[in-house]
Design a protein around this ligand. Structure first.
Ligand code: SF4
Length: 209
């Protein structure tokens, strides 16, 4: 990648991340999120992985490295970037509900302690609703456009459905299915919970197409 283009990509990704950090489209979800989830990895990726949101797998650095190694080993890709469809994963929180908390401010301090309980956050991550997904999806599509990967790996049924619909594909995708949009290969896969060596190998035909 030419230096000028790389610098331009860095500038556009930083500008995107600034907008995501300031985003208030889903006020209900912001209390228990210290910082929205951001993409990480190569800025000129061959493959861009899309997870639904942050969870015990995607938040585990070792798990991410392991997954990347599987892709490198079985699918022959080297440059990998991963990102999220939902930046602010919603949580249920008994402390917030029992305190009848109506504030729109964040309730986590810099150390991820809850300002209501003065203890580490024990909110339980839950699934985002359709409104939140639609609020956030534009950031992902913009990120894909900036980084322009050849392959986009969609982790799980929900991610596959929402992202594919954004590109005009309305099927119910099966793992390993490929959709081509402007020479970009969108590949549906199982979610991170079910992803293992075996599932990775099943994607080989899609990555050699
Ligand atoms: S989930 Fe996305 S759209 Fe909603 S507040 Fe966070 S960054 Fe904004």
């Amino acid at each position: 990648m030419a230096n000028g283009l790389r610098e331009e990509n860095i500038r556009r990704i930083i500008a995107l991340e600034d907008r995501i950090s300031d985003c208030r489209r889903c006020p209900e979800q912001l209390h228990c999120v210290r910082r929205p989830a951001m993409g990480k990895g190569e800025l000129a990726p061959e493959v861009l992985i899309v997870f639904e949101g942050e969870n015990q797998y995607t938040g585990d650095f070792n798990w991410i490295i392991e997954m990347r190694n599987l892709l490198k080993h079985y699918l022959g890709v080297e440059k990998i970037y991963h990102t999220f469809m939902i930046r602010c994963t919603p949580k249920t929180c008994s402390a917030r509900h029992s305190a009848f908390c109506y504030t729109t401010s964040k309730l986590l301090d810099r150390d991820h302690n809850c300002i209501l309980t003065k203890k580490p956050c024990n909110g339980v991550p839950i699934k985002s609703d359709t409104v939140q997904i639609l609020n956030c999806l534009a950031y992902l599509i913009e990120e894909i456009d900036i980084l322009n990967p050849h392959f986009v790996l969609l982790m799980g049924e929900r991610v596959s459905e929402f992202v594919l619909r954004s590109y005009g594909f309305y099927d119910s995708p099966k793992p390993g299915q490929i959709y081509v949009y402007n020479q970009r290969h969108l590949i549906s896969a199982v979610n991170e919970q079910a992803f293992d060596e075996n599932e990775c190998q099943k994607l080989k035909p899609a990555f050699s197409a």
